[in-house]
Design a protein around this ligand. Structure first.
Ligand code: NAD
Length: 510
């Protein structure tokens, strides 16, 4: 394996990974930026329908031998991959930072969460084995098998270029499927690095394919007859498109969408710890997390105090180049930075109070941003008294903009959260066990934190929201994933002897 994936020259072309080798791809390309410098450092090929179909054909060809490889041999590959990714995590983190912009420690955190799933996947023999009932009828045994689906497509977003592909690929592969991964075209190098590590771990060529692209590549995966299932993560409108198109073409589809995560703060909460949690969960990864807290729902009696503490703590955040000692990096593109900044103006004209304005410090000159002036910077922003009719409240902003919405009571806060069309994550901050227990029971959201602001479940539980944050069946990782990537076959068997002869047209019952 070479290290060319980490080179940063403008001419570097990121390859597809097809049939166990790098492949240049065709003429259609997109630029890949270093967001901390605001310059295109690489280019990525955007595969055509024909190229994606060819890539799928290599996966189809590799599938039967992989499916039939012994459990022991498949498991050894999964363990070797785990050792390799642990050994090379620093290198992978540098690749992530160079294209996504998140700070190095955050990139390592993303990899740590991915490794949880890699480790879970090594337990696939336990999770995919069947059941056996002896003598279901006299001399008749009934048993179930879980078999892989075939070729599985994975389509991932820009915000976790290693973790999201690794939410799915390890379990799909371990369960005996071949995988075609279409990573985000904004930060595609991590996926190629991962595929090369799998090859080094012994994965046969063609079992994991990485094909880069945009809508054309995605739609080919969604409609191709040789793709059995799709795992998608991205924004809600695209998740809905993926779910509807893939389902219409007979595929098993799980499509995880966008979010607007609320954190309800009751008057008895420890306000200092709560302010820390709000700042960490609001501005980590520049707010570009599907589990970021974007709305603090504060009960009136403590709202002023909480606003002051959050604003004070925000001053300590060092915004800058993720390769240096900073807390928060740039946004993914200039266009996205401008869109996020636009919401600050929208909120202000809709009547919100702009408590801390991240636009005040768009450059490094005197602004405190530790990075190139051309980077896609926006410093942390705090809005208060945001009207729920404002687009700044309704839309998923996906940037370092934290809103406070004030409510009179627990009931009003709960109603606000439950009325929101998204249902990915939420949290309650309180010292009242009864209130927390009531919240976990009443809130209409898939992942709930009690004094935990980003309640991303551990690998052996499953990840997934409710409402407009998910389409289709089956969550990411955990037990659900083994079920998603396999299908059950039930065998009823008997070994004939002379007593089984004779005519009997009845329904066999004993
Ligand atoms: P996105 O929806 O723009 O892109 C996701 C994937 O879809 C990419 O691979 C992209 O190439 C592809 N795509 C984009 N437009 C398409 C189109 N018109 N047709 C077909 N495919 C298309 O999302 P993003 O900006 O990369 O990621 C951010 C979004 O992902 C946010 O909304 C965030 O909340 C969401 N997200 C959700 C979760 C979750 O678990 N629910 C996790 C991470 C990110």
């Amino acid at each position: 394996m070479t290290d060319t994936a980490v080179e940063t020259t403008a001419t570097t072309r990121i390859p597809h990974w097809i049939a166990g080798a790098r492949s240049e791809g065709g003429d259609r390309t997109a630029p890949v930026y270093d967001p901390a410098r605001g310059v295109a450092v690489r280019e990525v090929p955007l595969a055509s329908e024909a190229e994606v179909s060819d890539a799928i054909a290599t996966a189809v060809a590799a599938y039967p031998a992989w499916r039939d490889l012994s459990i022991a041999k498949r498991q050894a590959i999964m363990f070797r991959f785990r050792e390799l990714i642990v050994a090379r995590k620093d290198e992978l983190a540098r690749i992530i930072t160079s294209e996504h912009g998140k700070v190095h420690s955050d990139a390592l955190g993303e990899i740590a969460r991915a490794i949880e799933v890699v480790e879970l996947a090594t337990a696939f023999p336990l999770m995919t084995k069947g059941e056996y009932s002896e003598n279901a009828s006299t001399g008749v045994d009934v048993y179930s098998l879980r078999q892989p689906l075939g070729v599985v497509g994975i389509i991932s977003p820009f915000n976790f270029p290693a973790m999201v592909p690794l939410w799915f690929a390890p379990i799909a592969l371990a369960s005996g499927n071949a995988v075609v991964l279409k990573p985000s075209e904004k930060d595609p190098s991590a996926a190629v690095f991962i595929a090369e590590l799998y090859q080094e771990a012994g994965l046969p060529d063609g079992v994991l394919t990485v094909v880069h692209g945009d809508k054309e590549a995605v739609d080919t995966l969604l409609t191709h007859p040789d793709v059995a299932a799709i795992s998608f993560v991205g924004s809600t409108p695209i998740a809905q498109h993926v779910y509807e198109t893939g389902s219409k073409h007979g595929k098993r589809v799980q499509a995880l969408g966008g979010a607007k995560n609320h954190m309800l703060v009751l008057p008895d909460a420890d306000l200092d710890l709560t302010a820390d949690a709000a700042v960490n969960a609001g501005f980590g990864s520049a707010g570009e997390r599907c589990m970021a807290i974007s709305v603090v729902v504060a009960v009136d009696s403590i709202a002023d105090e909480l606003q002051a503490r959050i604003a004070e703590k925000m001053q300590q955040i060092r915004t800058g180049d993720g390769t240096r000692d900073n807390d928060m990096g740039p946004l993914i593109t200039g266009q996205h930075r401008d869109k996020v900044a636009g919401y600050i103006g929208t909120a202000a004209s809709d009547g919100a109070e702009v408590v801390v304005d991240g636009r005040d410090a768009a450059g490094p000159d005197g602004s405190g941003v530790d990075g190139d002036p051309n980077g896609f910077w926006l410093k942390p922003t705090l809005l208060d008294k945001v009207p729920t009719s404002s687009a700044a409240y309704r839309d998923e902003i996906f940037g370092p903009v934290l809103s406070i919405v004030r409510v009179a009571s627990y009931e009003e806060g709960l109603e606000l959260i439950n009325e929101n069309p998204y249902g990915n994550g939420t949290a309650i901050f309180t010292n009242d066990g009864g209130a927390a227990r009531r919240f976990q029971n009443e809130v209409q959201v898939g992942m709930v934190g009690v004094n935990v602001p980003i309640p991303v479940p551990v690998g052996y539980h499953s990840f997934g929201g409710w409402k407009q944050s998910i389409f289709g069946q089956g969550k990411a990782y955990g037990r659900h994933a083994f079920e998603f990537y396999t299908r059950e076959k039930v065998v009823t068997s008997r070994w004939l002897d002379p007593s089984h002869g004779g005519l009997n047209l009845g329904f066999p019952s004993n």
